[in-house]
Structures are given as C-alpha cells and as structure tokens.
Design a protein around this ligand. Structure first.
Ligand SMILES: [Zn+2]
Length: 398
C-alpha cells in the first residue's frame, strides 16, 4: 500500500487552471441562488396546453433577462404561450450563439399539489425540474456570471430562445427556431443531460407520427357475415406489415402505440385506426420510411386505407459541427477536472431542427438528474456549478 503523508487536496488530484477554478468557485458560491431560481420556475406550472399559465412564466422570465441587460421580445402564438426571444449585444461583434430551450412542461395544471417542489437528498424535485427549468436557470446564471467577469456585458452576442410548444412537437415555434439558428454561429441546447454522469447529447433520433385508418363495411355478424368487410382484420394485417419495416440495426423503429376499431361484438367493424411513432437515426431513412408507409396497400381490396403523418423532427446526426462543439465542451470540462461524456439518444428536441440545417449544435447541456416526465423528476444540486461554468465558457469560446 502506498504511504500517504499528506492528504491531497481536490485541486491536486485534478489540477484546475486558475481562471476556470475561479469561475467554478463563482458558481459554487451561487449554488443556492441557482437552486432558488429553479424552485421559482418549477413553482409556476406551465403545461403546453395552458396559454395563460405559460405566458405568466414567460413574462417573469422576460423580466429576469431584462434585469441582466437582455432585450426581450415575444413572438405571439395563438394556441400556445408566446415564445420568448432575448438578445444580448455583447462586447465583440459577430454572429450570436443561440441558447435554446422551452418553457412548457408535460405536466397538467395542478400537478404541484401531488408532486410538490422540494429539496431533499441533495436534489431538487418537482414537475419540469429536469426538463427543463434547470436548463433555463443555468442560462440566466451563466449569463449573469459572464457579465460579472466582463464589465457588465456579455463577451459576444447571445440570443436566447425559449419556446412554449416543444413538448407537443414545436409546430408553432419551429420556424422561429430555424430562422434564428440560421443567423447564429452555433446552437447550445439546454435540454437535460443524459444519465447521472451528465453526458451531453451529440445525436438524437428523428421522430415521426402517423395515423393509419381503415374503412371496411359493417354487417350483422350473425345474419350477414359474408356481406361485411372487417376493418379490424384488415388493420391486424397492416400492423404486421408495418412491424416488418423495423430495422434495429439502422436504428429505425416503428411502434404502433394506439389502436381502436369496431363498435360491438356482433357487428363486423367498418372502422379501425392505428397511431404509430416512427424513429429514424439517419436522415435518408426518414424519406424512405415515409414512402414505404404511404405505399401500403389494403390486403382486402374491399377495404380502404388512408395514411396520414410525417417525420416532423429530422434526426440530429453527429456531423462535423456537432463533433467540433463536443470537442470544445470536453476540453472545457477537462480544464475543470472532469470527463464530459457524450450520448446518442432516441428522443427528439428542437436541437434536431438546428443540427439538420447544418448549424453546429450541442444538446443536453442542462441539468443532471433523472425522471423526466415522471413522478420522480429531479436534478442533482451539486452538479449545478460546473454545468453553469461549462455553459458560460462555451458561450465565450464558441
Ligand atoms: Zn425538454
């Protein structure tokens, strides 16, 4: 056994350059303030389908960003909350870096009464804590840090976009996200990190949703069995055909998640519907699977088949822009004495839109925790300082 004379300091185990250490200390001293911001954001519920609630949080956030020198404006949305854009002009000129996130959560109004926001076991628990109110808090505090170190201004132009419909497909915000991304140097997405080690996300699958509708012909199952054309039987055969399109090796999956059909046991069903979720790893599979689904033909020629849907989030592939940003982030993390891992995940985010436009995008820069969309959703408080440091340095160096 090695003889240890003096207990090594943490800094000796992982040598940390001075400036990075100072910045980490800055955020460590503000850990409680960051936690308090997250608590405040979690305690204002913001389900995607409740415009008034989401708008209330949007207004509060606009105020917080204005307080640290940002110029806030809203993109009005009719059925969702207004999307919030905040611009910071920055000490040097050039393209901004886009910090992307969403205000909405999947939790219906009133969830706080059964799932209250609380701090326990070193974590902050509550609806949306991980996905992604901690990410929003990290943006606020990272920008505040940068302003402190750079004489009350951020070192480079920054645009923040917080949309309100990400959890329901981003139909209303997609164009805003894409147009701001096109004007930006890079996009940093504050969605939750992956796993308890806090890996960033460098690849995400593309996501699509389709509905298959079969129309047959109803008849009395006892008196006129031969006159009916069962939509349910036809649907069963279609589901088998659809399932054969799965290609796990290529990361291409189809899940028929919901089916319905028929009216009574003694009626040959005239209607059946199936809804499916499609995930693609590669861009070219999106078009191919769309073609294959649309080419489905009825097995029973007397039944009618209708197919609707699309791949609405293209995959985020690990292109050169993504790889370059990951390299930069892992160098920053290394300087802080930590190994930042990367992960490829099946879920989509708005980062899929920006990456597929060829804009360098790094996702999963938000909080570290578990239980997104679940009753045990929580973030690890001790991870907040280094996530804030990483974000601040990435904004500065990108
Ligand atoms: Zn999210």
């Amino acid at each position: 056994m090695k003889k240890v004379l003096k207990k090594p300091q943490a800094s000796q185990l992982h040598p940390v350059p001075n400036e990075a250490a100072n910045r980490l200390r800055f955020f460590t001293e503000r850990k409680d303030a960051i936690t308090e911001t997250i608590r405040q954001l979690v305690e204002i519920e913001s389900p995607s389908d409740n415009k008034a609630a989401v708008d209330q949080l949007g207004v509060l956030l606009a105020g917080r960003f204005e307080k640290i020198g940002g110029h806030a404006k809203f993109h009005r949305a009719q059925s969702y909350g207004d999307h919030l854009q905040v611009d910071f002009s920055g000490a040097r000129s050039g393209k901004p870096v886009l910090l992307l996130g969403h205000i909405d959560t999947v939790y219906p109004m009133g969830t706080l009464s059964t799932m209250p926001c609380r701090v326990a076991e070193g974590r902050l628990w509550g609806p949306g804590a991980l996905d992604m109110k901690s990410g929003i808090a990290l943006i606020l505090h990272a920008l505040e840090g940068l302003r402190t170190w750079h004489g009350d201004t951020v070192p480079r132009p920054v645009t923040v976009l917080l949309v309100t419909d990400e959890e329901v497909g981003s139909e209303s915000s997609r164009r805003i996200t894409e147009s701001l991304a096109r004007k930006s140097e890079a996009v940093l997405v504050l969605e939750p990190s992956y796993g308890l080690k806090g890996a960033v996300k460098t690849a995400r699958k593309g996501v699509g949703e389709y509905t298959v509708k079969v129309t047959g012909k109803s008849a009395h199952s006892g008196l006129d069995f031969d006159k009916g054309e069962s939509a349910v039987v036809e649907m069963a055969r279609q589901i088998t055909a659809i399932t054969k399109l799965v290609n796990l090796k290529r990361g291409l999956t189809l899940n028929v998640g919901v089916i319905s059909g028929g009216t009574r046991t003694n009626v040959i069903p005239a209607q059946a519907t199936a809804s499916l979720d499609v995930r693609v790893t590669h861009m070219k599979d999106a078009a191919a699977i769309d073609r294959q689904l649309r080419a489905l033909k009825p097995f029973n020629r007397k039944c009618k088949l209708e197919i609707k849907g699309a791949v609405n989030r293209p995959p985020m592939e690990r292109g050169p822009g993504v790889a370059m940003l990951y390299k930069k982030a892992s160098e920053i993390a290394k300087g802080l004495g930590w190994k930042l891992e990367e992960a490829a995940v099946g879920g989509g985010s708005d980062g899929n839109f920006t990456a597929s436009l060829g804009i360098p995008t790094l996702d999963g820069l938000g909080g570290v925790g578990e239980g997104a969309h679940a009753t045990h959703e929580s973030i690890i408080i001790s991870e907040l300082p280094r996530r804030a440091t990483l974000l601040a340095e990435l904004i500065e160096r990108t």
